[in-house]
Design a protein around this ligand. Structure first.
Ligand code: AMP
Length: 410
């Protein structure tokens, strides 16, 4: 399958090829023909699957230059809105099409000027509503409305804002809704705003041949030492270390820096500006290691990640899939390493019963014990507990699951 076979305009294909995009991904193959035919579409896919192009390419196909605002794309957070805009700008390099990104925390005036001359607006719900209430934006000629990361928007409580924005658009428009999962609330959005939508579903399984997954059984107070040991041992190009709580992100980042490891950190309590700068820095290679909370990093396209560490496991099994999916993208290989403690056991079993993943146990390793300064973060590490060599095996945990060389889906 090629983009030519999908009858995409040559100027878009030329721009895609310049981005190394030669043949469509699974979600693109499924959604592009449906969107081109004018149907409402529910796209079930996550970031990394080529999602942006799967709606962006057919949208660009339909744009009429110079005829005002035709497409509105809603994203839950500023970083994702910027990312979508940047991708669309690359894809439309050889077309006449103006794209404006609209988000809060910055001046309104430049956005008002840009909206007036744009065919496409990509924005976050709060600032879009602000512009609508101030009558800075006219949605009466919108022919296509896209809701990206719809599941996250619902999770973040944007459903009323979405309804309000949609009420300002014409009835006879095309509605595209993309998300990693289709929840009950999304069903409601579908019933209220979509006409007989078709579903395009990406192949969601994690590809075993590209992504190797491992876990270590470890005691909580040895986690940090093992992490440092593995960071030094693994030949990683770029690494993301996921932690569930903001305080853990801060504690781990601070202690890695104390140990001479250069890291960036991102979590939901940092200002949007700060998060955007950190992500730009990371994407430009200012540092090779990012310590992140999953929510802050969700939906962002972070390139060339070779290693994912789950420093701790989220209680939400789906989060594991989101996290490990940050590596082994677009045909590259990757490694996901999870540090499991006794309390993660049930969640981990649930992940494996829900998803077709194979995660191998790693044998005991000897590693130097590293001091963890828990001044900021008290749940991990034992202050002053010595610097002896330690072993990664938690025997009590092992005996709980005898003879289990790897976790596999049951
Ligand atoms: P997305 O799911 O939109 O966040 O895309 C993830 C990454 O895959 C982006 O860097 C895209 O430029 C890239 N990409 C999108 N479509 C393709 C494709 N058909 N082949 C290779 N890479 C792609």
């Amino acid at each position: 399958m090629t983009f030519e076979l999908l009858e995409i305009k040559p100027e878009i294909i030329k721009a895609l090829k310049e981005q190394g995009i030669e043949s469509p991904t699974s979600i693109q193959k499924k959604s592009i023909p449906l969107i081109k035919s004018g149907k409402d579409v529910i796209g079930v896919s996550k970031t990394g699957s080529g999602k942006t192009a799967s709606f962006g390419v057919p949208i660009l196909e339909s744009i009429k230059p110079g005829q005002g605002l035709q497409v509105l794309i809603l994203a839950p957070v500023r970083e994702l809105a910027v990312q979508i805009s940047n991708e669309l700008k690359k894809f439309s390099k050889y077309m006449r099409c103006s794209i404006t990104t609209v988000f809060g925390g910055v001046a309104l005036e430049p956005q008002i000027r840009d909206i007036a001359k744009s065919e496409i607006v990509v924005g976050t719900p709060g600032r879009l509503l602000d512009h609508l209430e101030r009558k800075n934006m006219n949605l009466s000629r919108i022919s296509c409305f896209v809701l990206d990361e719809a599941d996250k928007m619902v999770e973040m409580g944007f459903i009323e804002d979405i309804n309000k924005i949609l009420s300002c658009t014409p009835k006879n428009k095309q509605v595209l809704l993309f998300g990693a999962t289709i929840s009950h609330e999304i069903e409601q959005l579908k019933k209220r705003h979509m006409k007989d939508p078709s579903v395009a579903k990406a192949d969601v399984h994690v590809k075993e041949e590209f992504l190797e997954q491992f876990y270590y059984n470890i005691k909580p107070h040895e986690k940090f030492s093992l992490l440092v040991h593995l960071l030094k041992k693994e030949k990683s190009k770029r690494t993301i270390i996921f932690c569930s709580a903001r305080s853990t992100v801060e504690g781990v980042a601070k202690n890695l820096r104390n140990n001479g490891i250069k890291v960036e950190m991102i979590h939901g309590k940092l200002s949007q500006n700060r998060r955007l700068k950190i992500m730009e820095g990371f994407n430009h290679g200012h540092s090779n290691t990012l310590v992140a909370s999953a929510v802050a990093a969700r939906g962002l396209d972070i390139k060339d990640v070779t290693h994912i560490f789950n420093y701790d496991l989220s209680q939400d099994p789906q989060e594991y899939i989101h996290r490990v999916g940050r590596t082994a993208r677009a045909g590259e290989t990757g490694k996901a390493i999870t540090l499991l403690t006794q309390r993660d056991h049930d969640t981990f079993s649930e992940i494996l019963s829900r998803y077709p993943v194979k995660v191998n146990v790693m044998p005991n390793e000897t590693f130097p014990r590293i001091f963890f300064d828990s001044a900021q973060q008290r749940s991990f590490g034992r202050k002053g507990s010595g610097f002896r060599s330690s072993r990664s095996n938690d025997r009590s945990r092992r005996s709980h699951r005898p003879n289990r060389g790897s976790y596999r889906r049951r």
